[in-house]
Design a protein around this ligand. Structure first.
Ligand code: PHE
Length: 507
């Protein structure tokens, strides 16, 4: 429903538009800022100005000008520098109060400056012209250095407690401090101004009367029937509105819940286990040779405490036989001497396969389909695609007729339900499965590797007490999360960056 005709141009304006236009007509040639418009209209929410302004612009009555600027304020380090002074300023004082013969790195190290400060601090002083000559701090331009440090100090102080527009600040200072971490923060802001066009200021102010429209039905209106014959305010589904910033689950948690419901729907039950495990259950049970490179300290986090994780003798006996000569699995084993101490070393589990194997040992004659989603730990250098802690989606089918096609179709069904219908498997190698398969899914025309799978070898299943085949898989959760959330850096999943987290898609 629209309101009546206004002026000779015969325009249909909503009440908000009338109110804003009327306000602007009080000074027809003025460029209005947001605050001025809020005050002339009496609104307290800028959403009204944005909405009515847009409407008036579409009617050709108002022109909107947009400009962006950069606001600079102090970051956490910058605020610290205001209270404790800049690092260079403190170091500079120290140097000058020091006897010339004592201005050396050795004295600096024992001077009470933290290592985390003295290193970067010397870097900053070098930038100011201090030289380090055979461990001594030497300079010839004392005045200039002091002057520059004073300028920097004044600059930081000038930002204390306020944000200033970047263009009003000393460019060199801004560029210097933005190369130092945590000192400055930047915020892009867009400012708008509104101005009447020719047809805008030719509208007769007296004609801009706001219609009485019903915006909200109150209980009184319903009781007194006063709504009858009234004009109702239409809903404007296009109106700009604030984005609700309610709480939400972390995207990783939502993804885990989704995976969980897919497996439950497919008839699987969930299992879990401890982070701390024995090397025996994490590796020996899986017929991983005791000399395997993945078992070294470089790859695995071993623990000092507890000093040992006890493993039942019966399993140690069985694994010894299997590893040394194959026991009666038909295998020749790895040879050599099995180390029972090694098998009881405590570690942080390197894969969740330890849980499925344990589950079979505890339920050797019960057919089962189980899955688990859990955290695993490996010594990895952190980069775009690696973290020392990540999650695996693990599962097994343990029953008399389990077989390879069943494994593949299960994985296809799972990824299909997750929204990735194109799955392929490629031959692979794991010490504990035969055959073994790598699992890839198709994403934007590319095959991405998501994990490993296979049928457990008899060397694994026999000591566990079962003769049935076991379909097993262990998939990366973070890789999948990155695909789904459109990220190209694994670290983004775990940084507490609320802005980014809020914008991540709902799963
Ligand atoms: N445990 C393997 C990994 O961490 C994955 C896997 C699980 C492979 C089960 C085969 C069978 O990569």
């Amino acid at each position: 429903m629209t309101s009546g005709l206004v002026g000779d141009a015969g325009m249909n304006l909503a009440n908000n538009e009338r109110r804003m236009l009327k306000g602007m007509l009080s000074e027809p040639k003025k460029k209005w800022t947001l605050d001025q418009l809020l005050s002339v209209t009496g609104w307290d929410d800028q959403v009204h100005v944005a909405g009515a302004g847009k409407g008036l612009q579409e009617e050709g009555l108002v022109e909107i000008e947009e400009s962006t600027s950069r606001l600079v304020s102090l970051g956490s380090e910058g605020k610290k520098a205001v209270d404790d002074r800049l690092l260079e300023s403190r170091l500079w004082d120290w140097i000058r109060n020091q006897d010339e013969s004592q201005r050396d790195m050795g004295s600096l190290m024992s001077s009470g400056f933290d290592r985390s400060e003295s290193g970067p601090g010397i870097g900053i002083l070098k930038g100011l012209g201090v030289e380090v000559l055979s461990g001594n701090l030497v300079f010839s331009n004392e005045e200039e250095i002091s002057h520059e440090i004073n300028l920097r100090t004044d600059f930081i102080k000038s930002l204390s407690g306020s944000s200033l527009e970047s263009s009003t600040l000393d460019e060199d200072m801004v560029s210097h401090f933005s190369s130092r971490s945590g000192l400055l923060e930047f915020e892009e802001i867009t400012t708008r101004t509104w101005r009447l066009t020719k047809s805008g200021y030719s509208v007769e102010q007296s004609e801009l009367v706001e219609n009485q429209v019903i915006g909200e039905l109150t209980p009184e209106m319903l009781q007194t029937d006063s709504w009858k014959g009234g004009e109702f305010k239409p809903f404007d589904v296009q109106a700009p509105a604030p984005t609700p910033m309610g709480g939400r689950r972390h995207p990783m948690q939502s993804l885990i819940e989704r995976i969980r419901s897919v497996f439950l729907e497919m008839g699987f039950s969930e299992i879990d286990g401890d982070y701390v495990q024995s090397a025996g259950w994490n590796m020996d049970a899986l017929f991983i040779p005791q000399s395997h490179p993945a078992r070294t300290m470089q790859d695995t986090f071993y623990l000092d405490q507890p000093t040992k994780v006890e493993v039942e003798d019966s399993y140690l006996d069985l694994w010894s036989r299997v590893h040394e000569h194959g026991h009666d699995t038909g295998s020749r084993g790895w040879g050599g001497k099995f180390d029972r101490q090694e098998a009881q070393k405590p570690l942080l589990r390197t894969h969740t396969t330890v849980n499925t194997v344990r589950h079979i040992a505890d339920n050797p004659s019960k057919p089962s389909r189980v899955f688990g989603i859990g955290r695993v730990f490996r010594q990895e250098t952190i980069d775009r695609t690696h973290m020392p802690e990540f999650h695996q989606i693990e599962g097994i089918i343990h029953e008399p007729d389990a077989n390879l096609p069943m494994l593949i179709s299960t994985l296809k069904t799972f990824y299909g339900k997750m929204g990735y219908p194109d799955v392929r498997v490629r031959p692979a190698y794991f010490p504990y499965t035969e055959p073994s398969a790598e699992v890839d899914i198709l994403w934007k025309g590319e095959w991405l590797e998501l994990g490993g799978s296979g049928i457990f070898r008899p060397e694994v299943t026999e000591p566990l007490g079962t003769e049935w085949p076991v379909c097993a898989w262990g998939m990366g959760l973070e890789r999948l999360a990155m695909l789904i959330l459109g990220l190209d850096d694994i670290r983004q999943l775990y940084q507490p960056d609320l802005e980014r987290l809020r914008k991540m898609p709902l799963l």
